[in-house]
Design a protein around this ligand. Structure first.
Ligand code: ADP
Length: 246
């Protein structure tokens, strides 16, 4: 793919109820890049992710995926865009207990969505280290393995970009580490990952960390280890608290 997988240019979104959302945010995520979004609670991380993936309709600015402006796209085109270019991974896995891991990876196809070839589903399971679990059921595997099935599902349609919302939020550190290994494998394949996390250990695995505060990009850190990221976050929180006190 020649186009930059994801760009946001001066994007704003405010909730109808008055919630801040995000304000004048710009960011580009290149092919094979891995970006973590961090920031204090309420900073706009989830809103950013949902605007960037077209799940929330932005108010102003431009979001482009694979070079195509999402604004003004018909719903059917937006659906096709998501299907062809985007994979989602959520904290709570969203697996169906009655289906095997393989069936879960092929789930959208089973419900009339885009068809996913069995070989692609099996390849995605192998990529996340679960090649031997195709016929297992979610109840028979660990939380970390369930999350990796969810990642395999996001990968099976071979999307250019994967959006992940706290993908390790419900996992112990060893399972989280295996999930992050899966992301690393995906990124090495040239996919682009944008993930929200509150955990500096998780964010440290990404290529760069974008810190949000009060709905805007506060800073972008590259090459920081978990300890430096935690300190940066603490500094941001204390300046925010200081400003509130004034
Ligand atoms: P984060 O993910 O960093 O915790 P969010 O994106 O959830 O931040 O929230 C950013 C801002 O938007 C906060 O001020 C929050 O209160 C507000 N907000 C989030 N969701 C809603 C909603 N559904 N309705 C109104 N305000 C919201």
């Amino acid at each position: 793919m020649d186009e930059t997988p994801l760009t946001l240019d001066s994007v704003s979104f405010h909730y109808a109820s008055g919630g801040l959302g995000i304000n004048d945010v710009s960011l580009a995520c290149g092919t094979g890049s891995w970006t973590a979004l961090m920031g204090p609670s309420g900073a706009g991380k989830s809103t950013f992710l949902y605007c960037a993936s077209g799940l929330l309709p932005i108010e102003s600015g431009v979001v482009s995926i694979a070079g195509r402006n999402l604004s003004g796209m018909r719903e059917s085109d937006l659906t096709r865009m998501r299907r062809d270019h985007i994979g989602f991974v959520f904290q709570d896995y969203n697996l169906v207990d009655a289906f095997t891991c393989l069936q879960n990876v092929m789930l959208t196809a089973l419900f009339g969505g885009p068809s996913i070839k069995k070989e692609n589903a099996l390849r995605a399971l192998s990529l996340v280290g679960l090649g031997d679990f195709a016929d297992s059921y979610p109840a028979d595997i660990s939380g970390g393995q369930r999350q990796r099935v969810a990642i395999a599902r996001a990968l099976a349609s071979q999307p250019d970009i994967i959006f992940a919302d706290e993908p390790t939020g419900a996992l112990d550190s060893r399972s989280a580490s295996l999930v992050l290994d899966s992301f690393e494998a995906v990124v090495e394949q040239g996919r682009t990952v944008l993930m929200v996390t509150h955990d500096p250990n998780v964010a440290a695995r990404a290529h760069r960390v974008v810190f949000l505060k009060d709905g805007h990009v506060d800073s972008i850190c590259e090459g920081y280890d978990a300890e430096r990221l935690a300190m940066h976050l603490a500094d941001m929180a204390s300046t925010t608290a200081g400003r509130q006190v004034q």
